[in-house]
Write a protein that binds this ligand. Sequence first.
Ligand code: PMP
Length: 377
Amino acid sequence: STQPTSTERSWVPLREELRGVEPYGAPQLDVPVQLNVNENPYAPSAAVVEDVAASVARAATTLNRYPDREFTELREGLAAYLGREAGVVVDPAQVWAANGSNEVMLQLLQAFGGPGRTAISFAPTYSMYPEYARDAMTGWVAGRRHEDFSFDLDEARRLVREHRPSVVLLPSPNNPTGTALPHDVIGTLCELVGDDGVVVIDEAYAEFRRAGTPSALELLATADGQGHRNLVVTRTMSKAFALAGARLGYLAAAPELCDALRVVRLPYHLSAVTQATALAALRHADELLGKVEELRAERDRTVAWLEEQGLEVAPSDANFVLFGRFADRQAVWQRLLDDGVLIRVTGPEGWLRVSIGTAAEMQAFRSALTGALAHPT
Ligand code: PMP
């Protein structure tokens, strides 16, 4: 439209670099089938709802007090969960948490980025990363992945040598392509960056990885001197734990790095309600991960079906699939929306991304896309 956005109005005393910038966010449309922001389609079960409600009620009796600033019990719960999930030993002192992994990563940039420093990633990559860098007044450089979305280590070597980044941000599995990073890439990056910076592997979707795909948690520094002390692995309860509404993200890293984040966090940033909710969900991890199992199977079926339609499909270790290519992807997106199916226009030109929903939702997606393919606009 030609209407100026509020950030363009002259009287708003915005930072110069924020002028005219649109706030981030996919459209939140009220349509029957929402497959656009990689949410978990399964609402919490009655058992989870009951446990969350009872835990929040208990927390409510002391809401006149500030919450545990160090979220000790939650750190213990998250460390135990990570240990079980990835088959590694994680100490509570290696865990940090905040309101969504969005906030975790902003804190990482606040602590390890800053004026005169540079963060790098490799496109296509998660579109929030440059915003974290901007908000933490950190330089931003994006290299490229290979055409098939695999990681280009030669490009990475060049970029690290040229820019000496203090933060490397890489999702694995990658959003929006679903591509996981092999261990040797992560290890090489950690060595290239050294003590000049941290390598952040964003495992928001890790629980959806296919059998045989490893977690970067295996590469964390251990007491016996193995692993990489500059490695940070972030996770979230938004996806596998079906808890996007609660806002709980976390990371595992060397205790010294976790300790450094205490300098930039706001006091009591994790509310007592958030801590109680997350702890309740962790008690139901086994049940919730059972649903993840179903979603992984549905993801593999979706990939196979898209391939049968003669489309290009990026192999996925996540709860979404990138597919294409379309001469007019916007038109295909609109056709699906007209049928009540909301997916996402993201990734390189020509590609679309669909989040994995329930079996019924994926059926709706398949029939809508079949219609769109039969009658190209
Ligand atoms: N990292 C990646 C790669 C994501 O796709 C997302 C959510 N879309 C996030 C981090 C942030 O998730 P949250 O803040 O809900 O933990």
